[in-house]
Design a protein around this ligand. Structure first.
Ligand code: GLN
Length: 486
């Protein structure tokens, strides 16, 4: 089995070396661009490599250092951006035909903040069209391959960013997570992927899928780097109405606080269930044993409502998507197919030609769930389940500080294997969806691998605004597992 997995230097090590003038950002940038040039043909992580932009940003970082200034905590760190986030003047495709080569006139706040912290944008990465999927196969531009086994998927929808990090093409990728799209690909590629509390990272410049669930977050090689990138991006933004006030939390300081005194709650429904591969459960259990051996208190908690969470998500997310995607009408963005009869015919022809099968399925599901006569039975009922999930989580957090579970019920599956079976594909997000429905933060980190060498992920969940606690617990698990790449 062809394998291209490799760890890059950690982001914090690169930043330190560039900040201190030991390494130049331009050299770092050239090195990573060369690596992308060498390997990405086989992986398909990038939709566009922004060579010119990257070299200009790297030169600016070097100029700051030469002038005695500090370019910031991500000085010279190459980053790859999922192609549903806007960068001024660079096409944003959302891996869809409908956007054509639309170029946004502005840059997403999260990306802008990384650049202000010294990061260097090397490209835009592949995804499932409009972030709808769990395998990065629903891309209009072809699938991304998992660097651990090129015949398998990297997960999705942020599979391009995850694969880029797992192959050592960049130390940092940005993803978006609506139902698991950062954490599930992190799990399947052996990387670290984190979804912040809803409202912590601005969604300005992120093309909306399901606005009440979407959050931007980092994909990295280790927990320390994830915290560093999160800290650089987080914070209130007047351009996102759902952004929340700054907390003043120092997540970096919490990383070294250790596990002493923390109580872990194992989510019963996600650790004994049907549909989980035995190797995934075994690796999860081995990790709990390691924590137990360190004296960590572990209790079992139950979230009875999660049995309905997946169904609720697949009503709420498509409902919001059906509304958000109405703007792609052949007038405002990209593609226009115009048979010439009237505007409505043009709208229909454009959407018929521009959207892929999964996006159409979601628009139809969502429109149905919101339609008169069905609204209460489907959409409103799903919102009631959302409240039950929030209540169950609140109860669990009265029994434990953080919760944990496997991230994905399975390891990376074969390309093509689930394409004709949307329900099995949707099961990929079974363990990740509750955090989105509740708006809570969660992180996935590698805890082991199966006998074929395919990575297995461990998920740490924390209550709303609990990022510091979540990073502290995750850093502790990472150290206990002994797989910290730093
Ligand atoms: N796989 C889930 C879906 O298809 C989650 C996607 C996401 O988080 N963007 O909706």
């Amino acid at each position: 089995m062809a394998k291209l997995a490799k760890f890059s230097d950690p982001a914090h090590v690169i930043a330190q070396s560039v900040r201190s003038g030991q390494t130049s950002a331009s050299d770092v940038c050239q090195k990573y661009l060369a690596e992308i040039g060498k390997k990405d043909d086989q992986i398909g992580a990038f939709l566009e490599v922004t060579t010119e932009l990257a070299l200009a940003q790297a030169a600016a970082v070097d100029a700051t250092v030469a002038a005695g200034g500090d370019p910031g905590p991500l000085a010279g760190v190459p980053v790859a951006i999922k192609d549903n986030m806007c960068i001024e003047g660079i096409p944003t495709t959302c891996a869809s035909d409908i956007l054509g080569k639309w170029q946004p006139p502005y840059t997403a706040t999260a990306v802008e903040r990384l650049i202000s912290a010294g990061a260097v944008v090397v490209g835009k990465t592949n995804l499932d069209e409009f972030a709808m999927g769990s395998s990065t196969e629903n891309s209009a531009f072809g699938p991304t391959h998992n660097p651990h086994d090129l015949t398998r998927v990297p997960g999705g929808s942020s599979g391009g960013s995850a694969a880029a990090v797992a192959a050592g093409l960049v130390p940092v990728g940005l993803g978006s997570d609506t139902g698991g799209s950062i954490r599930q690909p992190a799990s399947l590629t052996g990387t670290v992927g984190m979804k912040p509390t809803y409202g912590r990272v601005s969604r300005y410049g992120l093309v909306a899928f399901a606005s009440s669930l979407d959050q931007i977050g980092p994909l990295t090689n280790n927990v320390h780097d994830a915290a560093l990138v999160y800290q650089a991006m987080a914070g209130s933004d007047p351009r996102d109405a759902t952004s929340i006030p700054d907390s003043g939390d120092d997540v970096m300081a919490s990383l070294t606080d250790g596990l002493a005194g923390l109580k872990f709650g194992v989510i019963k429904e996600f650790s004994d269930g049907e549909g989980f591969e035995p190797e995934v459960l075994a690796s999860f259990r081995r990790t709990l044993d390691k924590l137990d051996a360190l004296g960590v208190e572990i209790v079992e908690v139950s979230l009875p409502s999660v049995e309905h969470a997946l169904s609720a998500y697949y009503l709420i997310a498509p409902a919001e998507a059906s509304s958000n995607l109405a703007r792609f009408d052949g007038v405002r963005y990209g593609l226009r197919v115009d048979p010439g009869a009237d505007v409505e015919t043009m709208n229909r022809a454009t959407r018929e030609a521009g959207f892929g099968a999964e996006v159409k399925r979601r628009i139809m599901l969502g429109t149905y769930a919101l339609s008169a006569g069905y609204f209460d039975a489907y959409y409103a009922q799903a919102q009631r389940v959302r409240t039950l999930v929030i209540n169950d989580l609140a109860k669990a957090y009265s029994q434990a500080d953080v919760l944990c579970s496997p991230t994905s019920p399975t390891v990376a599956f074969k390309l093509g294997e689930r394409m004709d079976d949307p329900l099995t594909m949707y099961m990929s997000d079974f363990c990740t969806i509750p955090s989105n429905l509740a708006g809570h933060p969660a992180i996935s980190l590698r805890c082991g691998e199966d006998p074929q060498g395919l990575p297995i992920g461990f998920q740490v969940l924390a209550p709303a605004l609990g990022e510091a606690l979540m990073f502290r617990a995750a850093a502790g698990v990472e150290a206990a597992v002994g797989e910290r790449i730093a």
